[in-house]
Design a protein around this ligand. Structure first.
Ligand code: ADP
Ligand code: ASP
Ligand code: MG
Length: 426
């Protein structure tokens, strides 16, 4: 298979929530690994990173209570990971995997008990243990399924983070050549812990919450991959958050620009910076459902999808303020609303803000603005502001009506598009 460009497959924490999840992931990798070299990025089992960050950030209590808390957490993590390993890993490989898990958990316990104050660097080091544990289980599961695999040393090079650190492309390429490429050349599947990076001095960094998506595209660029699959628990990128809009539909295609804008607006399915390495390398990204791998998913590429609205994002915690009142703190600006009789106004990020914005991604025109306003009027929602901004087609509404406004705009602007497509086919 030398000369064939590798494939990177990333499994999120929702895909590896238990032993069955690791078996399912290994089945998908096994299907792909016959055709081309495969590197797999894996996240922590769902909920594990929250627990680790919580523990790293809590220093209150006496030495005895802290020790008790840390031991309880490590016992709980041992129980969960050993249970998953015993379900997914065959007898031949289980003792080695169990040994590796227990030695990681010992080191985690030492890390949590060492040091008096939770410094940021120590926090990053602790936060990524979930990915290290998952990687050992997945490698063992793959070997048990007859797919030789090994866990790779951390290949993603970053700046000095330590949290949400910036990926360094050239240095990542060098680390990939040194740590991952040799595994692929040996015919192994390389299993890479997601979320974790290394700063120039070798210290552990994180790519920020949800950062395994970015690990996958950064790894893909470093390896010269042809494609990256982001495997998750929904059918792809949906045109609105499915937890808020029951009728949200899977988008078959998106451009890097649209997917990047949607992710930056908070669409949780992709880390905000996932598209940067993919667009720079011209590498296609497929977002697919681990639980239904035959479903087509969403294909993201350089190809623009043409005029019209693709998706809607809901952004909470905002406030409309005169620009002058910001006193140069432009980092707080979500978008500018332009000049009117009140002066230059901006939508500003305020956790306790009483406004929310529903922002349309794609290439919407005035027609969408008018239809959206009509839709809101129909349900008695008066927008505080509406128009095109640098963020996209923006409808600002009171926070208390935000979810209702999102559903109404989705029905008026996106469901209608499907109905028209249906009429055209009929
Ligand atoms: P993973 O563990 O695979 O990284 P995440 O929980 O980070 O999964 O992201 C997937 C979740 O993102 C979905 O379960 C879904 O509820 C949520 N989500 C929010 N907005 C969207 C969207 N526009 N399209 C798809 N999923 C979305
Ligand atoms: N486990 C990390 C998190 O929960 C990274 C990821 O899931 O992508 O943020
Ligand atoms: Mg995620």
């Amino acid at each position: 298979m030398s000369g064939v460009s590798p494939l990177v497959i990333k499994f999120g924490g929702t895909s590896v929530g238990n032993g069955e999840g690791f078996v399912r992931a290994a089945r998908i990798v096994s299907g792909a690994a016959g055709e081309r070299p495969v590197a797999v990025v894996v996240s922590a089992m769902s909920g594990v990173t929250d627990a680790l960050i919580g523990a790293a950030g809590t220093s209150a209590g006496t030495r005895t209570t802290i020790r008790g808390r840390v031991r309880a957490l490590c016992r709980e993590l041992a129980g969960r990971h050993l249970r998953a390993a015993r379900h997914a890993v065959g007898r031949e490989f289980l003792p080695e995997v169990e040994g590796r898990l227990l030695s990681l958990l010992d080191r985690l316990e030492d890390g949590l008990l060492g040091g008096s104050l939770p410094g940021e660097g120590r926090r990053a080091e602790i936060a990524v243990y979930g990915e290290r544990l998952s990687a050992e289980i997945l490698a063992g599961t793959l070997c048990s399924a007859g797919v030789p695999a090994a866990v790779s040393p951390d290949p993603i090079a970053t700046g000095f983070g330590p949290e949400g650190a910036e990926v360094l492309p050239r240095e990542t390429g060098e680390r990939c050549s040194c740590h991952v490429r040799p595994l692929l050349d040996e015919g192994l599947v390389a299993v890479v812990p997601g979320y974790v990076g290394r700063s120039p001095d070798g210290a552990v960094t994180t790519l920020g919450r949800g950062g395994s998506d970015l690990s996958a595209t950064a790894l893909g660029r470093g390896l010269g991959a042809g494609e990256v699959w982001i495997m998750t628990d929904v059918d792809g990128v949906l045109d609105a958050d499915p937890r808020l809009v029951p009728g949200a539909a899977t988008l078959p295609r998106l451009s890097y620009r649209e997917a990047g804008a949607f992710a930056a607006l908070g669409a949780e399915v992709l880390h905000p910076r996932t598209m940067e390495p993919a667009a720079a390398a011209g590498m296609e990204v497929l977002v697919r459902n681990t639980f239904d791998p035959e479903a087509p998913g969403t294909r993201i590429s350089a190809r623009e999808c043409g005029p019209g609205l693709r998706a809607l994002a809901l952004c909470r915690g905002l406030s409309m303020e005169p620009l002058e009142a910001l006193d140069g703190r432009f980092g707080e600006v979500f978008c500018l609303l332009g000049v009117d009789v009140y002066g230059t106004r901006a939508l500003v990020r305020r956790p306790s803000g009483s406004a929310a914005a529903i922002v349309g991604v794609g290439s919407p025109g005035d027609e969408e603005l008018v239809r959206g306003l009509r839709g809101l009027h129909r349900v008695g929602i008066r927008p505080l502001w509406a128009g095109n901004t640098a963020a996209g087609l923006t409808f600002v509404v009171a926070e208390s009506r935000a979810e209702e406004a999102l559903r109404e705009l989705h029905a008026a602007l996106l469901r209608r598009r499907e109905a028209l497509a249906g009429e055209a086919v009929a």
